[in-house]
Design a protein around this ligand. Structure first.
Ligand code: 13P
Length: 251
């Protein structure tokens, strides 16, 4: 199996004003300075308004910066939107695309997500492409086919293990305190790995993150599952001790 370095990513979503966002980033920078970080990469994705001030706090640190979304176009008349190049310009190395909250709240289709991921690649960013089934789809036995379909529709040509990360986030596990069983996570991640061959060059090297109610208390067992190469963390990424506790669970 290819050696994949775990990625512990924090998605702050629509949380944080300048004072608490920069304080959280500074606390993580301090922890990273003192720690043995050979075991994982760490990333934070603040809201767009905090990318610049948080980026200043991260200068000189290995803590990576990312956006939560980008537009598919390079520039133009798209009021309120942000391009991938704008994120890169502020020091972002990653951008999340196709989060289920974007798919639900903004009606983003697989084709939209695919175009956003392509735009991210063009700007030199690593796209974190999110997929995941709803509770109804899982209950209907469709979880794997839904996720496979999302992968096929959302991954652009030219995707590689270097420029693409997949995040499996079952919609019903996000912010609910519920998680799939370890066996279900293992089965889905194996399914994703299989689906990736043919979609991504060197699929074996692609990092597949699990997201949905990851906490310090369940991180060790989730991160130990085969084909789980890190976590995309929402709520627990807003407290430095919780986010750090998750990262420290990487073996
Ligand atoms: P929670 O960790 O709050 O469940 O959110 C997961 C998520 O949506 C990360 O992108």
């Amino acid at each position: 199996m290819a050696a994949r370095r775990p990625l512990i990513a924090g998605n702050w979503k629509m949380n944080g004003l300048r004072a608490d966002g920069t304080a959280l980033a500074a606390a993580l920078v301090q922890r990273l300075k003192k720690a043995d970080t050979a075991r994982f990469d760490m990333l934070i994705c603040p809201p767009a308004t905090l990318i610049a001030p948080v980026g200043q706090v991260l200068e000189g640190s290995i803590l990576a910066l990312g956006g939560q979304d980008c537009h598919a176009a390079e520039k133009g008349a798209h009021t309120g939107d942000i391009s991938a190049a704008m994120l890169a310009d502020l020091g972002c190395r990653y951008v999340i695309v196709g989060h289920s909250e974007r798919r639900q709240d903004h009606g983003e289709s697989d084709a939209t997500v695919r175009a956003k991921a392509a735009a991210a690649h063009k700007a030199g960013l690593i796209a974190i492409v999110c997929v995941g089934e709803t509770e109804g789809q899982r209950d209907a036995g469709e979880a794997e086919s839904v996720v496979t379909g999302q992968l096929k529709g959302s991954i652009p040509d030219g995707a590689t293990a270097e420029n693409t990360v997949i995040a499996y986030e079952p919609v019903w596990a996000i912010g609910t305190g519920r998680t799939p069983t370890n066996a279900d996570i293992a089965a889905m991640h194996a399914n994703i790995r299989t689906s990736l061959s043919g979609l991504v060059a060197s699929a074996d090297g692609v990092r597949i993150l699990y997201g949905g109610s990851v906490k310090p208390g369940n991180a060790a067992e989730i991160l130990a599952i085969d084909d789980v190469d890190g976590a995309l963390v929402g709520g627990a990424s807003l407290k430095d001790e919780d986010f750090w506790g998750i990262a420290a669970s990487c073996r």
